[in-house]
Design a protein around this ligand. Structure first.
Ligand code: HSE
Length: 309
């Protein structure tokens, strides 16, 4: 195999209570990337469509993760990367992770899969760090493993694959304002209140239990974030209205997707997720903020091959 074209999906990190540890993979939105083996060694980014991003490999998240991989693999060839960017940078649905994970996932395929998913995640984290200022894997892990993941630890990396109840659907609204992850992290407190911490880890534990037991009522009771959301929600216009209307229209829960500004909701069944989409649209339609809405099943596969030869 010399050329591979892949779909690298958008992801939702944090899932309300699981800041920096929980994430899930989306199906209906993602980037496409084409990676080609070259005789000349090294990594070259030869095409970027969709958004204005750096071509220098050292300054591009897809390039940085690919450089981390070839430093270890030492292949006797190089790679050209074409990026067809559909996920807007700074949208809160794992734009940088899709690029960072996509390049290394595809190169691993072209090399005959010498690395495990966990090793690929480690390389991709180097690219993610360029975008967000620190290495975290809560978007990268679901993009690579698919489904719902929990990053038990980053060093050493340990990713747990959490079962996904089959009727679980996500609704995402992306208001067209930009929030930089590094800035959304900078506003968070360095210390948290013990009572809030107790509430939060009870919610993470019960959310994971609910996923294992297909307990949609327990998902509803657990999708709460008392630590991060109170700070970051102030950066997102009409966040409280979108969350309230989503839940009123049948969502199990709603919260900030990653570091925002996108807002996600989880629902039982596609019809419910579409009713939530309608409710979310209605809120932003009454403002002058442009937006996009997506309804997606949880993507169990993660990054996938579109074609190869
Ligand atoms: N867990 C990260 C955050 C995800 O919320 O800052 C965004 O990259």
């Amino acid at each position: 195999m010399n050329v591979i074209k892949i779909f690298s999906p958008a992801t939702v990190a944090n899932v309300s209570c699981g800041f920096d540890v929980l994430g899930f993979c989306l199906d209906t939105i993602g980037d496409e990337m084409l990676i080609r083996k070259t005789k000349e060694k090294g990594i070259r980014i030869t095409k970027i469509e969709g958004y204005d991003l750096p071509f220098e490999a050292e300054k591009n998240v897809a390039g940085v993760s690919a450089l981390a991989l070839i430093e270890v693999a030492k292949p006797d060839c190089g790679f050209e990367i074409e990026i067809y960017k559909k996920i807007k940078p700074g949208s809160g649905i794992g734009s940088s992770s899709a690029s960072a994970a996509g390049s290394v996932w595809a190169i691993n395929e072209l090399l005959g899969k010498p690395f495990s998913k966990a090793q690929i995640t480690n390389f991709a984290m180097k690219g993610e760090a360029l975008a967000s200022g620190c290495e975290h894997a809560d978007n990268i892990a679901p993009a690579i493993f698919g489904g719902i993941t929990l990053v038990k630890s980053c060093a050493p990396l340990k990713v747990l694959e959490i079962p996904t109840p089959s009727a679980l659907y996500a609704t995402i609204i992306h208001p067209e304002i930009e929030i930089k992850t590094a800035e959304a992290r900078a506003i968070l407190p360095k210390q948290v209140d013990l009572q809030n911490a107790i509430t939060q880890w009870a919610n993470v534990g019960s959310l994971v239990h609910a996923m294992h037991t297909n307990d949609y009522d327990l998902i509803r009771e657990s999708l709460h974030d008392v630590i991060v959301e109170p700070y970051r929600s102030q950066l997102i216009p009409y966040f409280n209205e979108v969350k309230t209307e989503s839940i009123k229209s049948g969502a199990l829960g709603a919260g900030i997707s990653g570091s925002g500004p996108s807002i996600f909701a989880l629902s039982k069944g596609k019809a419910a997720a579409e009713a939530v989409a309608h409710a979310m649209k209605k809120v932003y339609s009454q403002t002058d903020i442009q937006f996009n809405v997506y309804v997606s099943k949880i993507n169990m596969e993660g990054i996938r091959v579109i074609k190869c030869n």
